[in-house]
Design a protein. Structure first.
Lengths: 111, 115
C-alpha cells in the first residue's frame, strides 16, 4: 500500500513564497501529481513528476526525489485566490496503477 | 469545466436506502475513477475502470458496486446506506491511452447526505 504524508495546514502572506512538502512510501512508484482543491469544488491538476528534478509551470513548481520518497510544491508570488487545499497523489503500479491521494494541506493566504 | 459530468449534484436519502451516482467521462477518455471525500478524510480511492473493465480497486465497501458501460459512462451504486456514507463522491476520467502520466480530470461531485 501507500503512505502519503503532508502537513495539515500552512499559512503564508500574500506575495510571499510557500513550499508544501509531501513524503510517500510505496513499492511501485509510478509518478506523483499535485492537485489544487477549493472548498466544495473538484480538484484541479497542477503538476506531474515522474523523474527526479524540478518541473516549473508559471508561479507553481514541483520537485521530486524518488530515492528520498519526497516531493514539494512551490508557490511563488502568492495571491489570495491560492487559498485552497493542495493534494499530493502517488500512482502505484502495484494494484493497477491506481492514483492515491494524501489528506491534503490547507493553505491560508493572508494579506 | 473539466468535461466530466456527474449527476445528481446533491442527493438526500435515508439509512438503508440504495442510490446510483452517474458519471460521463470527457470525450475520448477511457478510464473512469471513483473517489469518496468525507469531511475528516481526504480523497479515498474506490475503484477504477478502463474501457469497460475493472482495473484497480481501493477500499470500496461490499455494499458499494460500480460498472462502466459500453458508451463509457459509469455508475456507482451504494446500497444499505449508513450515516457514515455521507460524503462528496467524485468521478474522474483520464485517457485515452491509459498511460501513467495521464492526469485525472474531476467532475464537480455528488454530495450525498444520508439522514
Amino acid at each position: 500500500g501507500q503512505n502519503i504524508d503532508q502537513p495539515t495546514e500552512m499559512t503564508a502572506t500574500e506575495g510571499a513564497i510557500v513550499q508544501i512538502n509531501c513524503t510517500y512510501q510505496t513499492s511501485g512508484f509510478n509518478g506523483l501529481f499535485w492537485y489544487q482543491q477549493h472548498a466544495g469544488e473538484a480538484p484541479t491538476f497542477l503538476s506531474y513528476n515522474v523523474l527526479d528534478g524540478l518541473e516549473e509551470k508559471g508561479r507553481f513548481s514541483s520537485f521530486l526525489s524518488r530515492s528520498k520518497g519526497y516531493s514539494y510544491l512551490l508557490l511563488k508570488e502568492l495571491q489570495m485566490k491560492d487559498s485552497a487545499s493542495y493534494l499530493c497523489a502517488v500512482r502505484d503500479r502495484n494494484g493497477g496503477n491506481k492514483l492515491v491521494f494524501g489528506a491534503g494541506t490547507i493553505l491560508r493566504v493572508k494579506s | 469545466d473539466s468535461g466530466v459530468t456527474q449527476t445528481p449534484k446533491h442527493l438526500i436519502t435515508a439509512t438503508g436506502q440504495r442510490v446510483t451516482l452517474r458519471c460521463s467521462p470527457r470525450s475520448g477518455d477511457l478510464s473512469v475513477y471513483w473517489y469518496q471525500q468525507s469531511l475528516d478524510q481526504g480523497l479515498q480511492f474506490l475503484i477504477q475502470y478502463y474501457n469497460g473493465e475493472e482495473r484497480a480497486k481501493g477500499n470500496i465497501l461490499e455494499r458499494f458496486s460500480a460498472q462502466q458501460f459500453p458508451d463509457l459512462h459509469s455508475e456507482l451504486n451504494l446500497s444499505s446506506l449508513e450515516l457514515g456514507d455521507s460524503a462528496l463522491y467524485f468521478c474522474a476520467s483520464s485517457g485515452p491511452q491509459g498511460t501513467t502520466n495521464e492526469k485525472l480530470f474531476f467532475g464537480s461531485g455528488t454530495q450525498l447526505s444520508v439522514l
